[in-house]
Design a binder for this molecule. Structure first.
Ligand code: FAD
Length: 397
């Protein structure tokens, strides 16, 4: 085995798929059962994917594995302020794009990556690590069932509480954002019309992400202060739904839950380094950002694609894929980019929480101003699409 990827989530699955024609022997291991494509009503954990992510997933053959019923494109995005005085709308047509993004269930994306895994990838489900250590030039992973795996390159794609990161001794201080998120699947009285909506309230942003189906299903991500979440969760279902409809400005009419509502803590972290000799971190193992701009896994997919590109570059020069130069180039290309996103998101959060009158005035005037200035809006929409630069070159299917 050449590469051992701990974590077969969206980031780990993407790296495995992107190493398709590398000639490397790759093993993915994950504690979860074998991924299966979900059926029936939508699962509440979804991700808004950028055009850049959609293109990378297409290149590795995973996009084609997603059934149309699990994907919803959105052509419009509406962001407005709790005061009701500032609003920005974005349109795919204004940037000559088919869509501004796509909402995909996380489980469906993992299943699509699993289905698209190339022949050189072995995927071990229901397999959990117990101990990880450096042994000479290799990393050695002891599994809970006692088996021992060893590889010259170990990838930590094992999420926010990464054991790989801990084993490598890479610090990643956790920051409490002062927010939790209430998530769930909703039915709306009015159709979503392929528009992703986000209202910034002082207590936090409330996002309604359109889902496929008959046009009246959406996914809720309501970030708010823990004590406010506690108060809402203690309400009877009808009272909660009334409060939710009101908080959403009734932009889709009355909202009702399909299934359970769930509270998720929101913490951020950024690993001080992404690499060690023979080891790299990707996705949430390397960084966790606030979900308010739906960027988390978009950053994680780019990590995976850039790392795969650097590994392939190293191989093409006759060097091992895990050569220090390749890993360091990966770190240089991704760390600063992700740090910038973490800072930008905490700035946006602070701005919308601001109570000072002059800050609120500046924010709301700014939103109205941006909404009228077509070139600025086009620039922001391109950022949202992930069109910041050239995409990594990936194995084509
Ligand atoms: C409310 C909310 C909304 C979000 N919305 C968006 C959005 O719209 N757009 C977006 O881009 N991002 C969004 N995100 C972020 C996104 O969900 C994460 O960035 C993403 O799930 C991280 O994927 P990952 O593969 O890095 O890690 P994970 O999804 O955490 O996967 C880690 C995998 O590792 C496995 N694992 C862990 N430990 C072990 C072990 N010891 N042994 C074996 N296997 C192990 C787990 O089983 C899991 O499969 C959101 C996050 C939240 C909380």
């Amino acid at each position: 085995m050449d590469v051992l990827i701990v974590g077969g989530g969206m980031a780990g699955g993407m790296l495995a798929a992107a190493l398709g024609d590398s000639g490397l022997r790759v093993t993915v291991l994950d504690a979860a059962p074998e991924p299966v494509m979900p059926e029936g009503p939508p699962h509440p954990r979804v991700s808004a994917l950028t055009e850049a992510s959609q293109r990378m997933l297409t290149q590795v053959g995973a996009w084609a594995q997603l059934p149309a019923a699990r994907v919803q494109a959105y052509q419009r995005m509406q962001v407005w302020d709790g005061d009701g005085t500032g609003e920005v709308t974005f349109d795919a047509g204004s940037v000559q794009a088919e869509a501004l993004g796509w909402i995909v269930e996380n489980d469906a994306l993992v299943a699509a990556l699993y289905r698209a895994r190339p022949a050189n990838v072995q995927w071990l489900s229901r397999t959990r690590t117990q101990a990880i250590r450096r042994q000479g030039e290799h990393w050695q992973v002891t599994l809970e069932d006692g088996r021992v795996l060893s590889a010259p390159l170990l990838i930590g794609a094992d999420g926010a509480r990464s054991r790989v990161r801990d084993a490598a001794g890479i610090p990643a201080p956790v920051q409490d954002t002062g927010h939790v998120a209430i998530v769930g699947s909703l039915r709306s009285a009015m159709p979503h019309d392929g528009c992703a909506r986000q209202r910034f309230l002082t207590s936090g942003p409330l996002a309604l992400l359109p889902l496929s189906g008959d046009g009246q299903d959406c996914s809720l991500v309501w970030s708010l202060w823990p004590r406010e979440a506690e108060r809402l969760m203690a309400l009877a279902p009808e009272a909660f739904e009334a409060a939710l409809t009101q908080a959403s400005d009734a932009c889709l009419g009355a909202l009702s839950f399909q299934g359970a509502r769930q509270v998720i803590p929101i913490r951020t972290l950024h690993a001080s380094d992404y690499v060690r000799p023979g080891l790299a971190l990707i996705g949430d193992a390397a960084h966790v950002v606030h979900p308010l701009a739906g960027q988390g896994i978009n950053l994680g997919l780019l990590d995976a694609a850039v790392l795969a590109e650097e590994m392939q570059r190293s191989l093409s020069r006759g060097l091992p894929a895990w050569h220090a130069a390749a890993l360091n180039r990966y770190q240089r290309r991704r760390w600063g980019h992700n740090a910038l996103m973490l800072r930008a998101l905490s700035g946006i959060k602070a701005l919308f929480e601001a109570n000072a009158l002059e800050l609120r005035w500046a924010r709301n005037t700014g939103m109205r101003w941006v909404n009228r200035l077509v070139p600025v809006k086009q620039l922001l929409a391109r950022e949202a699409l992930g069109r910041q630069g050239d995409l990594p070159r990936l194995a084509r299917k």
